[in-house]
Design a protein around this ligand. Structure first.
Ligand code: RB5
Length: 143
């Protein structure tokens, strides 16, 4: 399942992404926010994380103005590997090398077209495992 989360600065892009999935009959879970009224991104990263962690196959797509706040907030949970990506190449590597389970996008600096191509790459790339496996495991031993 795909979990969508955003703050007010990511609201427009989140709605466009949701419409993209709807068109293809792909169900998403939208944990908000649901308008352009100002909110705090950590609240929505927290809500998104809770849903993402309900099933190991879930993937989150989180959006704030820069994508930076959402990334910092989401990664506070040791089971979340959130990657801010602004290119398909980075999206590919975030999955292949880091086994990222959350894609973070910038609502202010990433166009809809670009966002969709980044999402497609993220969703169609598998974790390579191998030498990357032990590195990803070590992430949980940092603190
Ligand atoms: C909201 O104005 C903005 O600060 C937020 O969306 C995000 O960019 C924070 O990192």
């Amino acid at each position: 399942m795909i979990i969508l989360a955003c703050d007010h600065a990511g609201y427009e892009l989140k709605e466009e992404i949701k419409a993209f999935f709807n068109k293809q009959n792909i169900t998403t879970i939208d944990v908000g926010t649901y308008s352009k009224d100002r909110v705090d991104y950590p609240d929505f990263a927290k809500a998104g994380n809770a849903k993402v962690l309900e099933n190991p196959n879930n993937i989150g797509i989180y959006i704030c103005g820069t994508g930076i706040g959402m990334s910092i907030a989401a990664n506070r949970n040791p089971k979340i590997r959130a990657a801010l990506c602004e290119s398909t190449k980075l999206a590919h590597l975030a999955r292949a090398h880091n086994n990222a389970n959350v894609l973070v996008l910038s609502g202010r600096f990433t166009s809809k077209t670009k966002a969709i191509s980044i999402i497609k790459e993220f969703l169609t790339t598998n974790f390579e495992g191998g030498r990357h496996q032990k590195r990803v495991k070590k992430l949980n031993k940092i603190v």
